[in-house]
Structures are given as C-alpha cells and as structure tokens.
Design a protein around this ligand. Structure first.
Ligand code: NAD
Length: 508
C-alpha cells in the first residue's frame, strides 16, 4: 500500500511500504534514479539483437521455464502479493497467478504463429510477391498500476518479450514488491541479462522511462497520467498503448435472470474491493425486474465477509487515496438524495483501509459516483424504463472501457452490445475480457488508446514490415523511364478495363 519517500544521507529516495490490511510496515526499497533508468534502457538496447536472434522457440523456452517456476513457487509469490494488497488468497490466485500462467503459456505457444512471416496474395501487382514480417520495435518501456500489480506487469512483458523486444518495467510504487516478482521470476528462469529490467519508483521514475529513448511505451494506469505519457510519446514520436480508467456500466434487461444478474453485479462491483479497471461501477436495471434484482443484490452484498486472514471475500483498499475518493463519492451521493441500502461507511476488522461493500439507489447522473471512476466497492443502481434508456445512460460518460449486459436473448445481446460505446462487452457475466486472452483489450474515449492482448495486442509490440519481392526480374518495369505518351495511354486503357468493366472489377 501507500508509500512514503524519504531522502537518505546519500540523497537516494526510498519507497516505504506498509500493509493495507494492518497498516504495519512491510519493507522498503531504493528508488531507481533517472540516470539508472537511462542506463537500463541502453543496456536493454544492447541486449535486444541477441534476444531477437533466439527466435520464437528460443524465447518461448524461457517463458516455459518461468511458467514452471511460477507454478512451483506460487505460494511464496502469493505471500508477497497478499502481504502488499491485503487480498484473499483465492482472489490472488484467481486474478494474478492463474492469468499469469495463461499469459506465459499462451504466448509461448502462439507467438510464432501470430508473428510469423505471412505471404499475402497480390490482387493487382501480379509480378510481385508480398511478405509481411513482424519486426520487434526494440526496447519497450512498461509502466503499470497497483491494482493488479503482478499480472498487469507480467502480461505486457511476456507479449513484448515474445515479440523479440527487450523490456524495462516500472511497476507501481504502491505495490513495488509484487511488481518486482516479475523480474525475479524471469531472472530465475535464466533470462539473459538486461532482457528485462525492473526499475523502482513513482511518477518521477515513470516519467524518466518515457523520456529515456525507448521505442514504445505500454502504459496502464489513470487517465490523468495516461494523458501526460501520451503527450510525451507524441513529442518524442514513439508509439504508446494507454490502458486507462473506466466507469463500466451494467445493463440488466427485463428478460435477464435476476438471480444470476444480481450475483454477477456483486462480483463485478466488489471483486478486488472494486479496485479493478473493469469493475461494474453503475447498474441500469429495467423496471420490470428492478425490485427483485435490487433485493437480491442487497442480500448478496450483506453476506460478504471482510477480512485479513483465512477465508474472506473483501480485502482493504490498497492505499489511502482510494478511501478518500470513495468517501467523497458516497457523501456527495447522499447529499444529493441517494439512499444507502447496504454498507456506506469505513469498516475496521483489524484496522486497515477497509470500506464496506455499498449499494446505493436513487442515484442520478449529476452525482460524482455516476460520473467519476470510484475504484472502490460501491454499487449504484438506477431503475430505467426500458433497454433504450439503459443504453443511453450507459453511454452518457466520458469513459468507454468495458460493459456488461444481461439478457436471455442472444440476438438482442449482440444488437445492444454494438450500441454501447465500450472497448468490450461481456454478456451474462461481469467484465472479464482482460482474462479472455484471445480478445483484444482496450478502451474507447478517455479509457485508452490502442489495445493489448490477443493477436492485435501482440502485433502492437512489432512493426509490420512488408517485404515486396519482384518475381521475374525483367530488364525493365513498365513505369520506369522513359515516360511516353503511349505508355500513359496504355495505363489509362488498363484503368478503364480494370475498374470500368464487370470482369475487371470481379478479377480484382
Ligand atoms: P496512476 O496513473 O497513478 O499510476 C500508474 C503508473 O504510472 C504508476 O506506475 C505510476 O508510478 C506511473 N506514473 C505516475 N506519474 C507518471 C508520469 N508522469 N509519467 C510516467 N509514469 C507515471 O494509476 P494508478 O493509481 O496506479 O492505477 C489506477 C488506475 O489504473 C485506475 O484509473 C484504473 O482504472 C487504471 N487501470 C486501467 C487498466 C486497463 O487495462 N485499462 C488496468 C488496471 C488499472
């Protein structure tokens, strides 16, 4: 959780880390200086050609080794993540370790297929052969947040590495020990030196990495920081993907199963104590089932167990800033007429940064809780006339990360999903697209730029380089010099035939 930076005698800043569950100190780490960040990028650049030269199979062998180690050492790794986030062990294995195994296994197995050279048949230039190759970009700077501190650092690193890049990773200062596990895992898997380097620190370190001469930034975090990162990348003319915040809507149609939808709402809103980019942050439920749905949501919410050890459902906020946002949103909602049906205040099982899972009704779109990302265990429910009103309100936001939609009618689900301005839509489940590895994942509007995961995400760590090969190597190409009137006429005749006749258009 929260960190305090102090300057020691040597002038080096340190991250002081405490448990969000008990607020007791866990340990501290030195912050990487700007010069060290730049040196890490230089070393990564030197290491890149040899890493690329290993080929897909060579690189995949390291991912397989990391996967074996992760499975063998999962308890020990979970200890670190649980200590730093306060989450339950189940949530930690479900959110962090399991998807990390999937990422390592999937990209090790599939990167060669997805990024292998592709022959593309030519529709017009029949004298040429086209080969599309996917070239690594070079050194990728990866900057990540605290809410999924291991998986959100590991997953983009695996993709960047399998594409043949080297990586400098800057995990969140809020959860540095969990982020550092990625470096430890790859080091112990025998990854060659400087192929992946973890640098420690806060925004200052992140900003240094963006300016350090990397070839791409893969950023996950808030809209506010994403904007700054995007501006710097624009100035330096380097590509970036920005995976940013959200205010995900849940649309519950009149024909939905109210019991499954209610359970899905509770999981979607309270998983990781609501500190999940695709958390359900707003519910629009059609009048016909609103009473039953709300009653079930409240019942399920009241049954959730807060805790710090053993079996429990809800852990603490990972750092105090979240509690402040949550309290501001709930107070504002109540002041403007919202009613609290469950929760509504801090909770202190043993101290720590806990907030009760909270259900609000009578909320309106002028409230902060409906407009700003809360990133906490708050579930506001809005009753709507029909599905059209639900979609209109769901789209009434500056965000567009993901959404979830509940109905028994699959055709309707697809039709309504396409009307949602949302990076992805889950039907009859909470928003779990990030875990569906084949699905490209990213946000629309202020929720992001570009996509990660799947084929599109993996190719995003490459430059698609076409290689156009001449088949016959004749002495001369038709369009080469000399330019003559006769040649112009022939080209014009060809145009008329190709695009001016049915046969020509059909052949093209
Ligand atoms: P944040 O933007 O405060 O920090 C994210 C990272 O950026 C941290 O490592 C931080 O040190 C670094 N950073 C801060 N200032 C920087 C700067 N000027 N230049 C470069 N790096 C800088 O976000 P957070 O509070 O750590 O994370 C929570 C946010 O992340 C939420 O909005 C959440 O929705 C979002 N998020 C998005 C996704 C997604 O995939 N779309 C996933 C998880 C979290």
């Amino acid at each position: 959780m929260a960190i305090v930076q102090t300057v020691e005698g040597d002038g080096r800043r340190r991250l002081r880390v405490a448990s969000p569950a008990t607020e007791q100190p866990i340990g501290d780490l030195p912050v990487t200086t700007g010069d060290e960040v730049r040196a890490a990028v230089t070393r990564a650049r030197r290491a890149q050609p040899a890493w690329e030269a290993l080929g897909f199979q060579g690189r995949a062998a390291f991912m397989q080794k990391a996967l074996e180690l992760l499975i063998r050492r999962q308890e020990e790794m979970m200890d670190v993540i649980v200590r730093e986030t306060g989450r339950s062990r189940f949530e930690t294995v479900m959110m962090e370790i399991f998807p990390a195994c999937d990422s390592l296994g999937y990209y090790a197995k599939n990167a060669g297929r997805i990024l292998g050279d592709r022959k593309v048949p030519m529709h017009l230039l029949k004298t040429k052969k086209l080969l599309i190759t996917y070239r690594p970009l070079g050194v990728i700077g990866i900057i990540t947040p605290w809410n999924g501190p291991f998986i959100l650092s590991l997953n983009p690193s695996v993709q960047a590495l399998m594409a043949g890049n080297t990586v400098v990773l800057k995990p969140s200062e809020v959860t540095p020990f969990s982020g550092r596990l990625v470096g430890d895992l790859f080091r112990d898997a025998g990854l060659p030196p400087d192929v992946l380097t973890v640098v420690e620190g806060d925004g200052e370190t992140g900003a240094a990495l963006v300016e350090a001469g990397v070839d791409k930034i893969s950023f996950t975090g808030s809209v506010r920081t994403g904007r700054k990162v995007g501006e710097t990348c624009g100035r330096n003319l380097i590509p970036c993907t920005l995976e940013l915040g959200g205010k995900d809507p849940m649309v519950v149609c009149g024909d939905a199963d109210p019991s499954r939808a209610a359970r899905g709402a509770v999981f979607g809103a309270f998983m990781n104590a609501g500190q999940f980019c695709c958390s359900t942050e707003r519910v629009y439920v059609v009048d016909a089932i609103a009473d039953e749905f709300t009653r079930l949501v409240v019942e399920e919410t009241k049954a959730l167990k807060l805790g710090t050890v053993g079996e429990f459902d809800i852990g603490p906020m990972i750092w105090p800033k979240q509690l402040e946002t949550i309290e501001r949103h709930v107070a504002d909602a109540i002041a403007r007429g919202a009613r609290v049906l469950a929760g509504g205040k801090r909770a202190t099982p043993v101290g720590g940064l806990f907030y009760e899972p909270t259900v609000l009704v009578d909320v309106t779109h002028d409230m902060a809780v409906m407009r700003e990302e809360t990133f906490g265990p708050i579930l506001p429910i809005v009753r709507v006339r029909d599905e059209n009103e639900a979609i209109r309100l769901a789209n009434d936001t500056t965000y567009g990360l993901s959404s979830n939609l509940w109905t028994r009618d699959e055709d309707k689900a697809i039709r309504l999903s396409k009307q949602l301005c949302s990076g992805s839509v889950c039907v009859n489940d909470s928003s779990i697209t990030y875990g569906a590895i084949e699905a490209p994942f990213g946000g629309r509007r202020t929720s992001g730029v570009g996509q990660v995961n799947g084929e599109a995400g993996l190719r995003g760590y490459c430059f698609a380089q076409p290689i156009l090969l001449d088949r016959f190597q004749a002495k001369q190409e038709y369009v080469w010099y000399p330019y003559t009137a006769a040649k112009a006429k022939t080209l014009q005749r060809a145009m008329r035939w190709i695009w001016g006749t049915h046969l020509g258009r059909w052949l093209m």
